[in-house]
Design a protein around this ligand. Structure first.
Ligand SMILES: *Cc1c(COP(=O)(O)O)cnc(C)c1O
Length: 502
């Protein structure tokens, strides 16, 4: 019989004692002639699960139903761009299984051609001169960018200690800057959610190595003073860095290079339809304009009909082994090829349309305040549930959990940190209008319920395989799995050691 999977589902090794097997090895194939020394021989039978193939299939499919993914429903997770990933990408990625990373370059010319073409496409889409696909994540792209900026100033024997970061920035921005040895200076946003020019003028000086920014910013707002910002940063020969994790809002419409940015990283997951989440592998690109391209990690160049990896003259060096995360490059390649030039600009238009459509349905909801209400959004929007919390006790956290019960993934909450009770919604371009309507209705229904019977929301979610978690317990070291504890130890060790070095 079918039943809903629950959190205490047995492990597969717990299915024992049935004597069932899924596969029989032909007897004559397994004649073992090696003498296994007595002392390393197994005393007991291995604890293998005893299940038929059918039972194994049902077990794993049941487990998979405990989870939620974009193939099941809308994931309006702001700043993460959880769009639908076309399945043809998976077919394309299988090509990567057929080659070895140590193969001679002459035997993998097709792969290098794909990397080369991607570099050209991404350079064209961003308005940059050259790209490298060596970075395995967005944050790795940022770190590469930071190292490039550091090397650039070193070239002129300058001591530049400060990296400017917008106060709405993704947490990886200050983290990358700090890992690169810079002091992080936060630039305050003004009441409209944009970079405050006066604040910027106040801090810009000979100590500033660069400014990390994203446009549209994390509130989904386009920095209309971007030319002025670029001018101010360039006045002291600072480097303007673009966090292009989510390029959705302007993809095929506007280009960071034309806005005055010098370096940009892209996430191939998020913007270019590569599946992500659940800790799956990502992939990025790091691109630079004429001024900064000589500092890039290695990239593929084309000489006549031959493709090969080259290191630009002042390169910061490799950021990953071999050809980077080539499987994901293939996925993104299939994604871009599938859309074509017209399709690519539809991404920018449709993600912007979807966001503003949702705003039109939600802007008058009592208790939810739209940040910078008179401004047009790009790919995402932030509401504050501060008023709702004051009037009913129901928080952004409760809303997120209640949405799970109604068949939606939660929006990003409590980010960016400058907005209290933030709900950051990114519908993406791939959701049909009926789903956007249903999402808006669900959110309205939750808010209505908050005013009528707030206690009804405090225990959500109840329709999921795992109920509301104890937040303290979930984060306490004593509840961590042993392997995670070891990982944490290693992380702390690396952190302590890098501190000493600096
Ligand atoms: C996701 C994200 C990053 C980091 O990308 P990862 O691939 O997760 O390292 C950086 N900046 C922004 C704005 C992001 O949304």
């Amino acid at each position: 019989m079918w039943r809903q999977a629950k959190w205490d589902e047995p492990l597969i090794t717990e299915y024992r004692g049935t004597g069932r097997i899924g596969f029989m090895v032909p007897k004559e194939d397994i004649e073992v002639t090696i003498e296994i020394p007595e002392k390393i021989r197994r005393r007991n039978d291995p604890e293998l699960p005893q299940l038929s193939e059918l039972e194994v299939t049902r077990h794993f499919l049941r487990l998979s139903q405990m989870s939620f993914g974009v193939d099941l429903g809308m994931m309006p997770l702001g700043s993460c761009t959880m769009k639908y990933n076309p399945k043809i990408e998976e077919d394309s990625a299988r090509i990567a299984e057929n080659y070895h990373p140590l193969q001679d370059e002459t035997t993998v010319q097709g792969n290098l051609e794909v990397i080369y073409e991607m570099q050209r496409w991404l350079a064209r889409l961003t308005g940059m001169e050259e790209c490298s696909l060596q970075v395995p994540a967005g944050s790795a792209g940022e770190f590469a960018g930071i190292l490039m900026i550091r090397k650039y100033h070193k070239e002129f024997n300058r001591v530049r200690t400060e990296m400017l970061v917008a106060d709405t920035a993704h947490g990886t921005n200050p983290a990358s800057a700090a890992m690169g040895g810079f002091k992080v200076i936060y630039i305050k946003s003004n009441s409209e959610g944009l970079v405050d020019l006066e604040t910027l003028k106040g801090v810009i000086g000979e100590n500033v190595a660069g400014f990390m920014l994203t446009n549209p910013n994390t509130l989904g707002l386009f920095e209309e003073n971007i030319k002025k910002i670029a001018e101010l940063v360039h006045l002291v020969d600072g480097i303007l860095y673009y966090d292009g994790a989510n390029l959705n809002g302007i993809l095929g419409i506007a280009r960071p290079g034309d806005m005055g940015f010098d370096i940009i990283h892209l996430n191939l997951h998020k913007t270019f339809g590569v599946p992500h989440g659940g800790g799956g592998p990502g992939a990025g690109a790091i691109c630079a304009n004429r001024k900064m391209k000589d500092y890039l990690p290695p990239y593929v160049s084309r000489e006549g009909d031959v493709y090969r990896f080259v290191s630009p003259p002042k390169s910061i060096g490799r950021m990953s082994v071999f050809h980077g995360n080539f499987g994901n490059v293939l996925r993104a390649y299939a994604y871009i090829l599938g859309l074509g030039t017209d399709g690519i600009s539809m991404v920018g238009r449709m993600s912007t349309l979807a966001t503003n459509y949702l705003i039109s349905k939600l802007r008058d909801v009592r208790g939810l305040d739209l940040i910078a209400p008179h401004r047009f959004r790009k790919h995402e929007v932030v509401f504050s549930a501060k008023r709702l919390k004051e009037e009913t006790g129901v928080t952004a956290f409760d809303i997120a959990k209640a949405l799970l019960d109604r068949g939606f993934y939660a929006p990003t909450i409590y980010f960016p940190g400058i907005i209290e009770e933030a709900l950051m919604i990114e519908p993406t371009e791939t959701e049909p209008v009926e789903v956007l309507d249903a999402f808006a209705d669900a959110l309205k229904e939750i808010v209505d319920l908050a005013y009528k019977d707030p206690s009804a929301l405090m225990n959500s979610p109840v329709n999921t395989s795992v109920g509301r978690l104890d937040q303290v317990k979930a984060n306490h070291p004593s509840t961590l799995t042993p392997s995670y504890r070891v990982l944490k130890q290693i992380k702390n060790q690396i952190r302590d050691e890098s501190r000493i070095e600096r």
